[in-house]
Write a protein that binds this ligand. Structure first.
Ligand code: MG
Length: 157
């Protein structure tokens, strides 16, 4: 059996927060606002994997009103979810990801982000791809008010 999953997330960019994408910290004057560390890419990946496995979504797994997840490391949340998905017999075929941000430049860090995602999932880097798109100066991504991510994944068992 193969199943596809789709994940999407958006976080507001504000001063005084770190910009973390796929577990990699970027140098920028703003970062993702959020209950956890706000890693928009890991959140979209988590939702895509949960959707494909039919195990709910990130909000049902880690309720935002639960103080346990305040400033949580999104890599840890993803690892928790992925353990359960693997326990249900699923294997990753591939993940294809889009990050939408105006600045800073994503491309120089792409390899690092792919390797970080692969390491978090115990997958091979060639099962994962990440591309970045700007917002063409249009709000909210193009004005650096927000960062977005969209992810599709394929699971098999
Ligand atoms: Mg999120």
């Amino acid at each position: 059996m193969i199943r596809v999953g789709l994940g999407y997330d958006l976080h507001r960019l504000i001063e005084g927060r770190k910009l973390i994408l796929g577990g990699v910290a970027f140098d920028f004057e703003k970062g993702e606002d959020g209950h956890s560390d706000g890693d928009v890419l890991f959140h979209a990946i988590t939702d895509a994997l949960l959707g494909a496995a039919g195990l709910g979504d990130i909000g049902s797994y880690f309720p935002p009103e639960d103080m346990k997840w305040k400033n949580a490391d999104s890599a840890e949340l993803l690892r928790t979810v992925w353990r359960d998905i693997q326990a249900a017999g699923w294997h990753l075929v591939n993940l294809d990801c889009v990050v939408k941000l105006e600045r800073p430049k994503f491309l120089p860090r792409r390899r690092e982000v792919i390797e970080s995602i692969a390491a978090t999932l115990g997958a091979a880097p060639d099962q994962i791809f990440v591309k970045a798109k700007t917002g063409e100066k249009l709000p909210p991504v193009g004005t650096s008010e927000a960062v977005e991510s969209e992810v599709v994944c394929l699971l098999e068992k």
